[in-house]
Design a protein around this ligand. Structure first.
Ligand SMILES: Cc1cc2nc3c(=O)[nH]c(=O)nc-3n(C[C@H](O)[C@H](O)[C@H](O)COP(=O)(O)O)c2cc1C
Length: 165
C-alpha cells in the first residue's frame, strides 16, 4: 500500500499536470484513471481528480474508474478530491465532475478531507458545493491559471494537517 495515490482523469492535460504537482508535494504516486486498476486505489490517502466536460459530466475516462470504485470497500478510507472547470463559461455546472466523485466516495463509505471555501469564485451553481464549501479543491486554468499553483500548495498543507489528525 502506498501512502498517497492520486488517480486522475484529464482530457487536455490540466488535471494531469495538477496531479503531478500534488504528487511531487506529497511524495505520492499518480495513476491515469484510464489505466488504473484496483491496487492503485489502495493507499493511506486516496486523492481523486477530474475535470468536468459536457454540461457537468465527469471526464470520460472516469467511467471505468467509477465501476472500480463501486467494487471497492472504501469504509473509513481517507479520500480527497480536486477538480478542474471553467467558472465563467460553465458557471452553472462548475466542477460538477468533482461533485460526482464526492457523491460516489461518500456512498462507498469514504471519509472525505480537503474541503475548501467557495468564496472568491465567480460561478453560480455547482454540485460540488454545499453551504459555501467545495467538497475538494476547485481549480480553473481557463480563467485563473495564475492561482492554480498557490491553491494547490495551500491545499496540500491542509491535507497534511487533516490526514494527521
Ligand atoms: C466542451 C467543453 C465542456 C466543458 N464543460 C464544463 C462544465 O460543464 N463545467 C466546468 O466547470 N467546466 C467545463 N469545461 C471546462 C474544462 O473542465 C476545463 O477546461 C478543464 O481545465 C479541462 O481539464 P483537463 O485538461 O484536465 O481535461 C468544459 C470544457 C469544454 C471544452
Amino acid at each position: 500500500m502506498s501512502d498517497v495515490s492520486i488517480i486522475y482523469g484529464s482530457s487536455t492535460g490540466n488535471t494531469e499536470a495538477a496531479a503531478n504537482q500534488i504528487a511531487r508535494l506529497l511524495n505520492g504516486q499518480t495513476h491515469n484513471v484510464a489505466d488504473a486498476d484496483a491496487n492503485d486505489f489502495d493507499a493511506k490517502l486516496l486523492i481523486l481528480g477530474t475535470s468536468t466536460w459536457g454540461l457537468g459530466d465527469l471526464q470520460d475516462d472516469w467511467s471505468v474508474g467509477i465501476s472500480l470504485l463501486d467494487r471497492l470497500d472504501l469504509n473509513g478510507q481517507l479520500v480527497a478530491l480536486f477538480g478542474f472547470g471553467d467558472q465563467s463559461g460553465f458557471a452553472d455546472s462548475f466542477v460538477d465532475g468533482m461533485g460526482t466523485l464526492y457523491a460516489k466516495a461518500i456512498e462507498r463509505g469514504a471519509k472525505v478531507i480537503g474541503k475548501t471555501s467557495a468564496q472568491g469564485y465567480g460561478h453560480s451553481a455547482s454540485t460540488a458545493e454545499e453551504n459555501g464549501e467545495f467538497c475538494g479543491l476547485a481549480l480553473d486554468n481557463d480563467n485563473e491559471p495564475d492561482k492554480t499553483d498557490a491553491r494547490i500548495a495551500a491545499w496540500v498543507e491542509q491535507l497534511k494537517q487533516e490526514s494527521a489528525s
